[in-house]
Design a protein around this ligand. Structure first.
Ligand code: G2I
Length: 460
């Protein structure tokens, strides 16, 4: 039953050693882009993307150079994906997903159920009809993108501002308090491989609203409602400055057993002040081992929903700002050890739900020199993920190579926590060290049929 908890405990046991390796790697080999530097810390660095801007060469040039996670800014919202009831339109969102696939970027899905940006037919529904429409929407959209989403914002902004920690009034809320857990359960069934997140704003420090979210997450964990992560939007400005307990707040959520992510970061300002705040946010994430990544809400200041605040990392011409450099420096700085490196958090490995454990279609394994490798396959129509576990023998190893061939006709979409050379898969800088009897995991996503995979492991 407590598969996720057991894995977490084992991973924690090796955390000190992994952190040491990360520290050495980062000083010797500092990244030169946001994505690469975050990856060296076992994290991602993402941005919101608008499909219609992908044809802008400056925009996509920066996107593909710097970012390894993409959130569609508007294209996966309800008004975009189901403009009329039960008639789905995925054109713009698919364009972004194809771009991500072609450029080795992963996807955060945003957002399945939200009071805002609902098509007018939804705004006009209530009661059971609305509840059923929501379930149908979540099922269809999550199924369409099954296997292609690292994490979904399943429910967005469901709590009210102000001091009482209440739910936000909305048509969805009026269908009953359980609408949130119904959305999460529905999403888990549709895509057992995606991490399922609750996402909100003004929850970046310890306050009545974030505590209400905290209590909901705690309750969900206690009752087995499938939730894997909490997103903190972090729209920081003069009216909503970075709270002094930002890191402590991330940590208290992480301590509930969920990943935390900074999902829509932008910081009003300019020059050194803005640069310092960006660095503080990055350092806070690096200090929380379950903070798996940071997404900024746009690329250039001119791309921002609040362009007048000049809140992003690149100016209107696509030049790097001081905030870019401070962000990169913070990513390359000390700290950032991870117990389970998040780029290694494969879509299928930590899902605690019963449906996830039912989904692997086969398992294989092999014994080798100083380590063993086993693989868990999650196959769906047309594609699969393979999560490979490398377990050290009776002595610790510092490097490993898994040999594993994929069947002809398969094409790799994405890999995490691993370097590949043909059929040889070797450790990254941060996950080569595996203590005696402990394990690390890496994975891949591919098109085609996995069949039976037979990994063998060699450690040194
Ligand atoms: O408001 C900032 C963000 C807060 N958290 C949830 C995010 O989803 C939200 O993103 C923003 C987008 O950045 C805006 O681009 O959400 C807004 C809508 O709530 C987006 O604005 C909308 C405009 O209001 C529409 O008029 C426009 O048609 O963008 C649409 C597409 O360009």
């Amino acid at each position: 039953m407590n598969r996720a908890r057991t894995r977490g405990a084992i991973a924690l046991a090796g955390a000190a050693a992994i952190a040491t390796v990360v520290g050495l790697a980062s000083s010797a080999n500092a990244g030169t882009t946001l994505g690469a530097s975050a990856a060296e810390k076992g994290r991602y660095f993402g941005t919101a993307v608008a499909a219609y801007k992908l044809s802008d060469a400056t925009y996509s040039g920066i996107l593909d150079r710097e970012f390894n996670m993409i959130t569609p800014e508007n294209e996966m919202k309800w008004d975009a994906t189901e403009p009329s009831q039960n008639s789905f339109s995925y054109g713009s969102a698919d364009q972004i997903v194809s771009h991500a696939r072609a450029n080795g970027q992963r996807m955060r899905g945003h957002a399945l159920a939200w009071h805002s940006q609902q098509p007018s037919w939804v705004q006009n529904l209530s009661g059971t009809a609305l509840r059923n429409a929501m379930v149908n929407h979540v099922t269809n959209v999550a199924t369409h993108y099954k296997g292609q989403i690292y994490a979904w914002d399943v429910v967005n902004e469901a709590f009210a501002d102000g001091g009482n920690g209440a739910r936000r009034d909305s048509n969805l809320q009026r269908t009953g308090d359980d609408w949130i857990e119904v959305a999460f359960r529905t999403a888990r069934t549709a895509d057992p491989g995606a991490k399922l997140c609750y996402n909100d704003y003004n929850t970046d420090g310890v306050n009545a609203k974030s505590t209400a979210v905290y209590n909901m997450v705690k309750d969900f964990k206690a009752r087995g409602v499938p939730i894997d992560c909490v997103g903190f939007q972090s729209h920081i400005n003069s009216g909503s400055p970075m709270p002094s307990d930002y890191q402590a707040n991330l940590q208290r959520f992480a301590d509930l057993g969920v990943d935390v992510q900074i999902t829509e970061l932008d910081i009003q300002g300019s020059g050194t002040t803005q640069a310092n705040t960006y660095a503080s946010v990055v350092k806070a994430c690096l200090a929380v081992s379950r903070c798996t990544g940071i997404t900024v809400w746009g690329i250039r200041d001119s791309d921002s929903w609040r362009s007048g605040d000049t809140p992003l990392l690149f100016d209107n011409n696509g030049n790097k700002k001081a905030a870019y450099q401070s962000t990169l420096d913070a990513l390359n700085g000390p700290g950032g050890g991870v117990s389970t490196p998040p780029t290694s958090t494969p879509p299928v490995s930590t899902s605690p739900s019963p449906s996830a454990s039912a989904s692997p279609s086969n398992t294989g394994g092999g014994t080798g020199n100083r380590c063993t490798a086993s693989v868990l396959i999650n196959q769906w129509q047309g594609g699969f993920t393979a999560t490979v576990r490398v377990t050290a023998g009776s002595t610790a190893i510092n490097n490993w190579t898994v040999t594993m061939a994929l069947p002809a006709g398969t094409t790799i979409v994405n890999t995490w926590n691993v370097n590949r050379s043909g059929n040889n898969w070797t450790n990254m800088s941060y996950n080569g060290r595996v203590e005696a009897g402990q394990y690390t995991e890496w994975g891949l996503q591919a098109n085609g049929t996995a069949g039976t995979l037979t990994p063998t492991c060699a450690g040194s």
